[in-house]
Ligand binder design. Structure first.
Ligand SMILES: Cc1ncc(COP(=O)(O)O)c(C=O)c1O
Length: 389
């Protein structure tokens, strides 16, 4: 391997949320953090080199990214997913969460219903509630360890609750589903029938496992895609979350205008120079790094699955995409307090507790497997040492 993903990158004391909030959260000092979705790997060297070059230049005036930026993003999306956005569809935001919030504020009204599918990335519910909209849940159904959408309930809720917007998580965090063509087509059919706008959060699109394929929503459903908000970002893919750069596509002129007006009202007009440069460099030069990373992450998953044999009662929800692993502890039969004690206090692991992701999360924890294998091994050894069976 050209890149060394086994390298333990020191992160304690670097003012990072993943490691440096351990004490503030009252967790044991030697806690191993496998929670928030950032990776314990350095980003592609070409990205760092570009940032060093910029820093050396030392001029950080207002940026105005040109065609090369757009082409880098478009080539990535077109080459991998066959999605070919036009330049004017692109709106840059300081993150996908920001974009989801802007979409809610710009494209729905106070009190409107916005639908999500729990368990799902927790900021969705907060954004809906904090912006004075009503959250409607169409829970995912788990059958034999695999999740699916309940379309009957989906359509019924859209009708009964007059849902204005659906926030789709594709691929889905935390359950790891990569939605199939038929599933996305069904979503499109229902949403079009009831004029429900779709915000498609596709931030995990680059982490799709062998045998699965990520489909950008408009490539499956062009009609719906024309009025959808497609959210992409290099941040998960290349570990650049702190640089705050996301690329949002809205083909419909009217909706795009409303979205831009909402950004204008918030006083936001441009990404920062570093985020822009990193995004462009990553999409231009990061393909090889990403392929090797994905191979490494497959190895981590294999290791994790093997280690589960020593932990009876713990099951993994087979991920189709993403490095975030949804672990099912329910068979252990512990109450939530005892389970939390086992994981956070005795094993000294920081995983994201399932209920954070809403209904259906009880008894689950989400583990971030994007770390050097030695850390993953340490985590599983800690768990094994305190395992109650
Ligand atoms: C589904 C999903 N959307 C959005 C984000 C965060 O995006 P950003 O940092 O660009 O706001 C995450 C981070 O884990 C995520 O999992």
């Amino acid at each position: 391997m050209k890149y060394n993903f086994d390298e333990i990158v020191p992160r304690h004391g670097t003012d990072c949320a993943k490691y440096d909030s351990i004490a503030a959260r009252g967790r044991p000092a030697d806690t191993l953090p496998l929670w928030v979705a950032d990776m314990d790997f350095r980003c592609p060297p070409e990205v760092s080199a570009r940032l060093v070059e910029l820093a050396r230049d030392g001029v950080f005036g207002y940026p105005d990214p040109g065609d090369k930026y757009f082409q880098a993003v478009r080539n990535w999306l077109a080459g991998r997913f066959g999605y070919e956005p036009e330049p004017e569809w692109l709106i840059r935001t300081p993150g996908v969460v920001f974009a989801v919030a802007a979409a809610i504020r710009a494209l729905t009204g106070p009190g409107d219903a916005v639908l999500i599918q729990e368990p799902v990335y927790h900021p969705f519910a907060h954004l809906i509630n904090n912006n004075g909209r009503q959250m409607v849940n169409n829970p995912l159904v788990c059958e034999n360890g695999r999740y699916r959408m309940d379309f009957e309930d989906f359509e019924k809720k859209i009708i009964d609750r007059r849902v204005k917007m659906f926030i789709l998580c594709s691929p889905h965090n935390p359950v790891g589903r990569v939605w199939k063509r038929e599933e996305l087509a069904k979503v499109a059919e229902i949403c079009l029938r009831h004029q429900c706008l779709v915000v498609s959060d596709e931030i995990h699109c680059d982490f799709v496992r062998p045998g699965h394929r990520h489909l950008v929503l408009p490539t499956v459903a062009p009609e719906l895609g024309a009025s959808a908000v497609i959210c992409t970002a290099p941040s998960k893919t290349f570990n650049l979350a702190g640089l705050q750069a996301a690329n949002i596509f809205i083909a419909d002129t009217d909706l795009r205008g409303k979205f831009q007006a909402a950004m204008g009202r918030a006083g936001y007009h441009s990404l920062n120079n570093m985020g822009l440069a990193a995004c462009q460099a990553a999409y231009e030069h990061g393909a090889d790094w990403l392929e090797q990373l994905k191979t490494y992450l497959e190895g981590n998953l294999e290791y994790l699955k093997g280690a589960l044999a020593g932990l009876p009662g713990l099951k993994i929800v087979e991920p189709e995409g993403s490095y975030l692993i949804w672990l099912d502890f329910r068979e252990l039969g512990l109450n939530p307090g005892d389970l939390e004690e086992l994981i956070s206090r005795r094993a000294r692991l920081w995983l994201d507790e399932g209920p954070k992701f809403g209904l259906g999360g009880q008894g689950f924890y989400r583990l971030n497997s994007a770390c050097p294998r030695a850390l993953l091994r340490e985590a599983l050894e800690r768990l094994k040492a305190v395992w109650p069976r």
